[in-house]
Design a protein around this ligand. Structure first.
Ligand code: SF4
Length: 253
């Protein structure tokens, strides 16, 4: 085969593969990167709307949630949400808090009692520990980052959210991530990590390694509430946080 024909064939194959991967990404198929180096592709470099084409999303392209251009519009679109059974036990919807253009986003599991009462994520004892990680550990202010949960209403007795509740609420989180467009996500605890990465792998295997959530670098680590019960593992979280600090320093250099 002439060299020019081989090149054309190769170019066609590469184009087909790229389109195939883009289609998979749009329907929510994610790729895990278990190595130490974070994925190099960034959502900021693309024009991918995390909600577009995802087959499990509950919202049509014409819905107010889908069309929201700001976090305020998204919160307004959520309204007095009753899309899953968690609505009946909540005091407040705990939407999220922080810098709407944050480079760093923390994602936890769901609101606890204090969060439900105050309507803000991570405000109890675990929240204070997270604030210490942000301020004393990372040298940032809480208002520099964005903090949200996988589900926005408190599960009763602080149980794990159930699959139907996650399925109902996850599109809100996807849209939040799409609007904030952070460079790095720190996923806090087994539940948030497994929900975001669509895996059953244990947090002990996932933490400390870079992963990708739709092209956004994602670092899993233990939940602050777990650290309150297991303070000996704080050193492991500090190892994970140092990797994030180094990555942020590298990307801003
Ligand atoms: S958890 Fe999410 S989907 Fe369920 S009622 Fe609350 S806001 Fe709506």
């Amino acid at each position: 085969m002439p060299v020019s024909s081989e090149r054309e064939e190769l170019a066609t194959l590469v184009t087909s593969l790229r389109r195939h991967l883009q289609r998979q990404d749009r329907v929510g198929i994610r790729f895990l990167c278990q190595g130490e180096s974070p994925p190099t592709d960034s959502l900021r470099d693309t024009d991918v709307n995390l909600l577009s084409g995802t087959e499990t999303d509950l919202f049509s392209n014409s819905s107010e949630t889908y069309k929201a251009k700001t976090l305020e519009e998204l919160r307004a679109a959520i309204g007095d949400c009753q899309r899953c059974k968690l609505w009946s036990g909540r005091t407040h919807i705990v939407f999220g808090v922080g810098n709407p253009k944050a480079k760093l986003m923390f994602i936890g599991e769901g609101p606890g009692r204090d969060e439900d009462l105050q309507g803000e994520p991570f405000v109890g004892r675990a929240g204070q520990l997270l604030t210490d990680i942000i301020t004393k550990g990372m040298g940032l202010r809480r208002e520099d980052v964005y903090i949200a949960n996988v589900v926005k209403c408190r599960p009763p007795e602080n149980r794990n959210p159930e699959p139907d509740e996650v399925a109902s609420c996850e599109p809100f989180l996807k849209k939040q991530i799409d609007l904030v467009r952070p460079e790095i996500i720190i996923a806090l605890g087994k539940f948030a990590v497994q929900a975001l990465l669509q895996t059953k792998a244990p947090i002990t295997k996932l933490r400390g390694h870079w992963h990708s959530y739709h092209g956004i670098k994602l670092m899993p680590t233990f939940h602050p509430a777990y650290l309150l019960r297991n303070p000996g593992d704080k050193k492991l979280v500090w190892q994970d946080i140092k990797k994030v600090i180094n990555e942020m320093a590298g990307s801003s250099a």
